[in-house]
Design a binder for this molecule. Sequence first.
Ligand SMILES: *[C@@H]1O[C@H](CO)[C@@H](O)[C@H](O)[C@H]1NC(C)=O
Ligand SMILES: *[C@@H]1O[C@H](CO)[C@@H](O)[C@H](O)[C@H]1NC(C)=O
Ligand SMILES: *[C@@H]1O[C@H](CO)[C@@H](O)[C@H](O)[C@H]1NC(C)=O
Ligand SMILES: *[C@@H]1O[C@H](CO)[C@@H](O)[C@H](O)[C@H]1NC(C)=O
Ligand SMILES: *[C@@H]1O[C@H](CO)[C@@H](O)[C@H](O)[C@H]1NC(C)=O
Ligand SMILES: CC(=O)N[C@H]1CO[C@H](CO)[C@@H](O)[C@@H]1O
Length: 550
Amino acid sequence: MVPGARGGGALARAAGRGLLALLLAVSAPLRLQAEELGDGCGHLVTYQDSGTMTSKNYPGTYPNHTVCEKTITVPKGKRLILRLGDLDIESQTCASDYLLFTSSSDQYGPYCGSMTVPKELLLNTSEVTVRFESGSHISGRGFLLTYASSDHPDLITCLERASHYLKTEYSKFCPAGCRDVAGDISGNMVDGYRDTSLLCKAAIHAGIIADELGGQISVLQRKGISRYEGILANGVLSRDGSLSDKRFLFTSNGCSRSLSFEPDGQIRASSSWQSVNESGDQVHWSPGQARLQDQGPSWASGDSSNNHKPREWLEIDLGEKKKITGIRTTGSTQSNFNFYVKSFVMNFKNNNSKWKTYKGIVNNEEKVFQGNSNFRDPVQNNFIPPIVARYVRVVPQTWHQRIALKVELIGCQITQGNDSLVWRKTSQSTSVSTKKEDETITRPIPSEETSTGINITTVAIPLVLLVVLVFAGMGIFAAFRKKKKKGSPYGSAEAQKTDCWKQIKYPFARHQSAEFTISYDNEKEMTQKLDLITSDMAASPEPVSEPLPP
Ligand SMILES: *[C@@H]1O[C@H](CO)[C@@H](O)[C@H](O)[C@H]1NC(C)=O
Ligand SMILES: *[C@@H]1O[C@H](CO)[C@@H](O)[C@H](O)[C@H]1NC(C)=O
Ligand SMILES: *[C@@H]1O[C@H](CO)[C@@H](O)[C@H](O)[C@H]1NC(C)=O
Ligand SMILES: *[C@@H]1O[C@H](CO)[C@@H](O)[C@H](O)[C@H]1NC(C)=O
Ligand SMILES: *[C@@H]1O[C@H](CO)[C@@H](O)[C@H](O)[C@H]1NC(C)=O
Ligand SMILES: CC(=O)N[C@H]1CO[C@H](CO)[C@@H](O)[C@@H]1O
């Protein structure tokens, strides 16, 4: 799964490069070098105030004769923290192979070879240009860089493992983009992770942070266990692991209970299947069998054709509005029926509202979750921010042989009252922190959209009303004058002008007030949606000083 933001960013960059190449081709045909400015770049994920960047093929050998140049920024007024997780560039002189950081006031590097490089750089600017260049060489992994704003002095890289830290409790900041960095994790969110696991990747696996956002993690070190069971969760596959001295767990905000629903009445589906077993009896694969905790066959859809548009669904009614932070799914669970759902989207609604689709926070597009890869093993996906709804639908997008599902929803009751306070506090800070546009941010996060929506409309509505009133008044006044000064060319011109203004202003006013209702609706939902993130962040303890990882 490639987050759309990166796709969008890559597209924009590609378009930019194309344009640049075109300009250069027209003006100076021999400047081919410039066309390759992004050639040496590998993995790149950025979000608001943190991100991850590597050289091409990392951790494999970077290519010959490439350049990677990128400007990274954090919100204006903040300072940049750069952390090099890995640097392995085959050169002793840094002549043709090097890594260099240039800000408006300073230059750091060039770095290469086996020189000692600072693990962390605290810049006094919010912007830096990263330049990596390679000549001809045989080996070398290149580099892995993470960055964040100075709000996150406890930034770690994607390569830090729990075994690097000695404390039994600590909090760290993971940058955006650690999911697809090479490196193993073993274990799971319930029993804990083997201490050799990558911290940030494990936090994504556990549903504590989203890959595209990054965030604060709180880690508890515990005595190891004899075996770690790997599962697929949030697009990350953890492996089985053997006995270790230590393991670690994440503290969460507690909204991770299994939500109960009854097999009859609270589960519905678009269709269901009946099979005939060996003794000639009919077996029902009804929606009521879709609870993960129940034995026996799962729910299966009536239609098994594989090449039609997804239109089957499984619906769960939780009886009242709840906060839903995750979902666990399995396939048929029956070894003689190799059925499972490979990907799905989530729809949700409340008592009388319309169905909505769960969207990604960064690109605002329908979020497709990675489902099962066999009929048996449970797979977990988390919703960051959570879904707040009474009804949810799992809508399979791709499947193996036939749609078959068992589900468990994870979440908690909605706590009224405090949420909006927390939300207001953070929405302010996010709208401030996103003012500085990053080239790779394609769309603002919903909270910002909503908060500016309210901000604009609370100001705009009285303003528009005032303008409309003033113009209406002027119109009436002008009409009077027109009647008095019959035949005056000025009078009629003025009247026309007023009419024209009225025509523009009225639809504008309607448009604004329509938007107001929408954003107000959203506000209530976002309030609860964002609670998980915000309370996680609010609850994170002060950063503690740790021995630097070796
Ligand atoms: C770079 O070029 C040299 C000589 O042409 C070659 O031996 C080497 O394998 C190349 N390195 C990479 C990473 O492709
Ligand atoms: C940033 O630091 C450099 C020295 O490292 C200094 O020359 C420069 O004036 C500083 N800029 C600001 C804005 O503080
Ligand atoms: C077939 O289904 C019936 C009714 O569900 C059950 O009693 C019987 O044991 C099943 N036979 C086999 C071979 O599974
Ligand atoms: C939704 O319906 C349920 C039962 O029909 C009711 O208890 C609940 O108060 C309703 N919720 C809202 C927000 O109307
Ligand atoms: C509101 O927050 C306070 C402190 O943050 C907490 O003690 C209280 O239980 C919260 N109330 C609700 C309804 O969540
Ligand atoms: C223009 C405007 O009204 N801006 C306000 C947006 O909302 C924040 C917090 O609610 C205010 O501090 C701004 O003044």
